[in-house]
Design a protein around this ligand. Structure first.
Ligand SMILES: CC(C)(COP(=O)(O)OP(=O)(O)OC[C@H]1O[C@@H](n2cnc3c(N)ncnc32)[C@H](O)[C@@H]1OP(=O)(O)O)[C@@H](O)C(=O)NCCC(=O)NCCS
Length: 167
């Protein structure tokens, strides 16, 4: 009886809302972003880990001396800041992208990551758009990236910006 009652109560309650990004800013990374970025990169490739922790400091320092750009997407997510009792006007890091200049006029885009809980909301697209602007600002006329043959998500994402497969 009690179990049935609980089930009925659960069924009558609205389902928990999927967090939604209310506002998004793509900005240069800061040292203080590190912990949040590492947290959402922890399982990018499941148990295989991610190389972002090994390159974060190098990418951040390079940007600080004018080489490349390490960008972070910071989001205000519906419900989350209120639930935690904290105002997050600047948002929390939910994505990153690195632009490396490999020649005076050529950029290599790498380290594109979006928090698994916040995907399919346009964050990847915002990062790539801002990354291409940063690449152009550093003199790039060409931008390239690499992804796995099976990585449909990133192929579709970059394909939307006109990237085509060359190898
Ligand atoms: C690839 C990745 C960055 C996409 O981030 P995202 O914020 O979810 O992407 P967006 O919401 O901006 O999606 C933009 C477009 O990319 C494509 N896309 C994104 N995820 C997709 C998926 N799982 N399957 C198919 N297409 C996908 C779609 O065309 C999408 O447009 P739509 O939502 O209007 O259909 C994210 O899935 C990720 O971090 N993956 C793990 C790391 C990775 O693969 N990085 C790239 C390595 S080069």
């Amino acid at each position: 009886m009690g179990e049935q009652h609980d089930d009925e109560r659960r069924a009558a309650q609205p389902r928990a809302r999927q967090p939604e990004v209310e506002s998004l800013t793509v900005r240069p990374a800061r040292a203080a972003d590190r912990a949040a970025v590492m947290a959402f990169c922890a399982r990018t490739w499941g148990d295989d880990g991610d190389y972002i922790p090994a390159v974060w400091d190098e990418w951040l320092m390079a940007m600080q001396v004018g080489q490349g750009a390490l960008l972070v997407a910071a989001a205000v997510v519906t419900g989350q800041s209120a639930a935690l009792g904290t105002a997050e006007p600047a948002g929390r890091p939910v994505g990153l992208l690195h632009v490396r200049m490999v020649a005076d006029d050529e950029a290599w885009i790498e380290g594109v990551r979006v928090d698994p809980t916040e995907r399919r909301q346009g964050i990847g697209r915002s990062l790539v758009a801002r990354g291409l602007v940063a690449a152009r600002e550093q003199g790039a006329a060409v931008a390239r990236f690499f992804t796995g043959a099976e990585n449909v998500a990133s192929q579709q994402l970059f394909g939307g910006f006109g990237f085509t497969r060359v190898a």
